[in-house]
Write a protein that binds this ligand. Structure first.
Ligand code: PAF
Length: 284
């Protein structure tokens, strides 16, 4: 595995592989790698001859007062973990190479980026879309891999790729969970022992809300309200619990069949997100 931090060094490598007919799979990350990231890397290595993983803690997706400064940076351990996977290049761009001092261009995804997490994190998804677009332009991948845990992010990236005609196939990979159901996330490291015991309640609650939604006379609005109250009773500060249509993340109606249940809640300062996709029986 080669570690490359300069864009100018990466480009000729990618060009050479393309000339040789190799396909390139790309896994963008912010590091502090866990089993969820390694699953993305594993899928990437099955999908293409060449695999590039990037680690870049992207400042433009953190709002004021968020955890940019304290976000765990564990590059040496990450590099070690990736060295035992089938990775050709670990790309570690320097912030000054990614954002010129007078960087002035960004991508806005109307509507989708203002829903759900976009309400409490204004600007976050524009920061994500912009850095992913930049990374796609640098890495020129054939296929890129994203985790389903960040379902809104995944939906936004798919929309950006469609709307701006990026020649990249987006593949998603199922959320990897701890044995007690907690979705793996770098931010789980912030949890105290007591909070860590409580954290899996978020996933349990999603499972229970999904089961209720599948009952014949259930009402989605009522289940959402109950779920918010249950989260509070466990000590969470819930941001939202929302049954949505899978394709545009707008609130689901009682008639929608393919749903995603999205949730975000804080345990003290740690913001956790999770989701569940499911089908509901058609109602008339
Ligand atoms: O999901 C993440 O780790 C980040 O949002 C991403 C896609 C690498 C962009 O910085």
């Amino acid at each position: 595995m080669l570690t490359v931090s300069s864009i100018a060094e990466l480009r000729p490598l990618v060009k050479k592989w393309r000339r040789e007919g190799d396909r390139i799979a790309f896994v963008p990350t912010m590091g502090n790698l866990h089993a969820g990231h390694l699953k993305l890397v594993d899928e990437a290595s099955k999908a293409a001859e060449r695999v590039i993983v990037s680690i870049f803690v992207n400042p433009s997706q953190f709002g004021p007062g968020e955890d940019f400064a304290s976000y765990p940076r564990t590059e040496a351990d990450d590099a070690k973990a990736l060295a035992s996977c089938s990775v050709d290049v670990l790309f570690l761009p320097r912030p000054e190479a990614m954002y010129a001092k007078d960087h002035a261009t960004s991508i806005a995804i109307d509507k989708l980026s203002t829903l759900h997490c976009g309400v409490s994190r204004p600007g976050h998804f524009s920061g994500v879309a912009t850095v992913v677009a930049k990374l796609f332009n640098i890495v020129q991948p054939d296929i890129a891999f994203f985790g389903e845990k960040d379902f809104q992010q995944l939906t936004i990236i798919r929309r950006m790729v469609r709307d701006l005609n990026f020649d990249v196939e987006i593949r998603s990979v199922a959320t990897v969970r701890e044995p007690d159901g907690l979705a793996m996330s770098s931010r789980n490291n912030y949890l105290s022992a007591e909070q860590r015991t409580c954290a899996p309640e978020l996933y349990r609650l999603l499972c229970s809300a999904r089961d209720k939604a599948q009952q014949p006379d259930s009402q989605l609005g009522e289940i959402q309200r109950e779920a918010m109250a249950t989260l509070k009773s466990f000590g969470f500060e819930p941001d939202y619990v929302s049954f949505c249509r899978t394709y545009d993340l707008e609130p689901a109606s009682e008639q929608d069949v393919e749903l995603v249940l999205l949730a975000a809640a804080k345990l003290d300062k740690t913001r956790l997100i999770d989701n569940l996709r499911f089908s509901r029986y058609a109602r008339h």
